[in-house]
Design a protein around this ligand. Structure first.
Ligand code: PLP
Length: 407
């Protein structure tokens, strides 16, 4: 008899964004004359930078000619892209990362979801609350948790991110093996200082734990004091895996390209306590289950590191940060405590009450879609997340409508 993976039944029935979509659809059907503006899901709106388009077109032309056509590429990514990544994203910041430690993939979502396969099913896992749901749900699916009660899975250690701790959680008071961190954070927009990341690296070293560091929003950091990579912290090479994405820096959400860094020195342990390097394990997993990102897409990603690409992606992220600044200013002026929107495309607003109610209020009275904080975890209750990913025209229109509602 074929048995089902019963751990799936523990997953929360209504995934956040499907519930939002349901409510928006219902509202639109009732009010077809009132167009809604979406500041909810963190998808980008602006087209790919011209440097990426040009590189992609050229690569497509190469694919049309027998002499330059390419079939399967290396599963880990082409050397031209891995080398550009290592040089520009790490070595230029003083982080010793080699091209051989970079694994190009089709998304930070897949990588943050799949990485847990490398680890034992019996682990103590720490996740921030609020959290990017992928970290939690993939461990639920793998059977590493008990049932969900009142928004929390049994067996997980929740790291509360609150206004009091600036949404950078304190070290856990129980020993944990695997720690998910995300900075700049989705959903709170908070960033972690060098000192705070150093504490986490020290904790991981001391406890023989591993940090999974999601830096998908790194490109929005403007403050020179904030680290872009965990590898800017001494010792992190031994205890951290980092995830990056071209989705938000260069508008690749539909094009799909990302990468994961697994340094040679990062290890996990057998039950007998022997250290096992994770890079060969991830290489084995990647080459067995993944067949590489398409050549034109990798060429487009490489163009992000050209002079033109750097200027264009800077302008793109500056543009979204401009949106973030005006969204943040409106809510601050209205007296709401606000985090993010600086060094981050997300604005996290303390609305002081039921976050789904506030979501409904903005949907029904301002026709603006936001994301209720409660969907990201227990600690997200009382907050909403607004995303800066939209045209300036739409953001300004949305803010005018919200201002009227908040009066
Ligand atoms: N990590 C975080 C924290 C995200 O918010 C997202 C997307 O919204 C991702 C990863 C996914 O990135 P990708 O588009 O590369 O799959």
């Amino acid at each position: 008899m074929i048995h089902v993976n019963e751990h799936y039944a523990k997953l929360q029935a209504s995934y956040l964004f499907s519930e939002i979509a349901k409510r928006v659809k219902a509202y639109q059907e009732e009010h077809p004359d009132k167009p809604v503006i979406r500041l909810g899901i963190g998808d980008v709106t602006e087209p790919l930078p011209p440097a990426c388009i040009e590189a992609m077109r050229k690569a497509v032309d190469e694919m049309a000619v027998r002499e330059t056509f390419r079939g399967y590429g290396p599963e880990q990514g082409y050397a031209f892209l891995r080398e550009a990544i290592a040089k520009n994203d790490f070595q230029a910041r003083g982080a010793k990362i080699d091209a051989s430690e970079i694994f190009v993939s089709d998304g930070a979502k897949c990588d943050t979801a799949n990485i847990q396969e490398l680890f034992d099913t019996k682990l103590t896992i720490a996740v921030p609350d609020p959290v990017y749901p992928v970290y939690v749900d993939t461990n639920v699916m793998a059977g590493r948790t008990g049932a969900c009660r009142r928004g929390r899975y049994k067996g997980l250690v929740y790291l509360d991110s609150t206004q009091e701790n600036g949404f950078v959680p304190a070290l856990p008071d129980v020993p944990v093996d695997l720690i998910y961190l995300c900075f700049p954070n989705n959903p709170t927009g908070a960033t972690a200082s060098r000192k705070q990341l150093t504490e986490w690296v020290k904790y991981a070293k001391k406890n023989k734990a591993l940090i999974l560091f999601d830096a998908a929003y790194e490109a929005f950091i403007r403050d020179p004091k904030i680290p872009h990579s965990i590898y800017e912290i001494e010792g992190a090479r031994d205890v951290a895996i980092e995830f990056r994405s071209f989705s938000k820096i260069a508008g690749f959400t539909g094009t799909r390209c990302a990468y994961t860094v697994v340094p040679d020195s990062v290890v996990a342990y057998t039950k007998k306590g022997e250290a096992v390097p994770l890079r060969p394990m991830w290489n084995r997993r990647h080459t067995t289950k993944f067949n590489g990102v398409s050549y034109p897409v990798q060429r487009a990603a490489e163009a992000v590191y050209s002079d033109a690409g750097k200027a264009q992606t800077r302008a793109l992220t500056d543009f979204y940060l401009g949106n973030a600044a005006i969204i943040r200013a409106l809510f601050e002026k209205a007296g709401f405590p606000v985090t993010g929107g600086v060094n981050s495309p997300y604005i996290w607003i303390n609305v002081g009450k039921d976050s789904w109610k506030f979501f409904d209020r903005l949907l029904k009275r301002a026709q603006v879609v936001t994301t209720p904080g409660a969907g990201f975890g227990k600690m997200g209750e009382g907050y909403i997340r607004i995303s800066a990913f939209n045209s300036r025209e739409n953001v300004e229109k949305a803010l005018k409508r919200i201002a009227k509602v908040l009066k």
